[in-house]
Design a protein around this ligand. Sequence first.
Ligand SMILES: *C/C=C(C)/C=C/C=C(C)/C=C/C1=C(C)CCCC1(C)C
Length: 257
Amino acid sequence: MPTDTVWALQMSSLGVEGEGIWLALGTVGMLLGMVYFMAKGWDVQDPEAEEFYVITILIAGIAASSYLSMFFGFGLTEVELVNGQVLDIYWARYADWLFTTPLLLLDIGLLAGAKNRDIATLIGIDAFMIVTGLFATLMTVPVARYAFWTISTIAMLFVLYFLVVVVGEAAAEADEDTQSTFKVLRNVILVAWAVYPVAWLVGTEGLGLLSLYGETLIFMILDLFAKIGFGFILLRSRAVVGGDSAPTPSAEEATAD
Ligand SMILES: *C/C=C(C)/C=C/C=C(C)/C=C/C1=C(C)CCCC1(C)C
């Protein structure tokens, strides 16, 4: 086969409705975010700050691999509904979210200084939300799909409530920088996360008002905002001290030793 035919074949197998472009952009966006966080955290010494860098770099890295796998058509499967309708499902998203949403909650929980037990509870409800969301996506009976969507959405409301009330209470006892960073990040989560179930509902998994092309675009924007935008705000804040920005008392002590 001539090389240009092989190339054309490969390109046409990437994405089913041309949404490959958004998956490619998602991959690049996550990679750029990851590289930026790595460069920024390169000479960070403070172990507490390092923890935030590691978690946030991991989030971007997991999402980048997930996007790349979807771009290559690996994370894609078909679900045939009982009415004969066939849905193209990017299941790789759920594998990504199962790890990245707990890590995002770990980031904000550690920032707020929440109790380990409370962070664990929050992550537990969050994992339940993603798993029941995956069930909603893979069910072949529409009623079962919407039932699991409802269960998952209720779990999400618990996650958001817990974040505002319980984690918020811990954050209220922190210093001013931490409090203000917490509020911004909490609002990023409140706004961005709440759109996911709506995108699912109006997208191809639900009512089908939105094409796979439009839905992939929306998820890409949400994912970049909720992960890279989130990480950008977190790692640039004075609450998380990084590298050459304002040394903490602990960093000063370390150099005095
Ligand atoms: C970086 C990825 C993030 C922040 C993903 C968040 C995903 C959700 C909040 C998903 C929620 C869903 C429901 C609440 C209902 C069922 C469908 C889901 C999984 C899209």
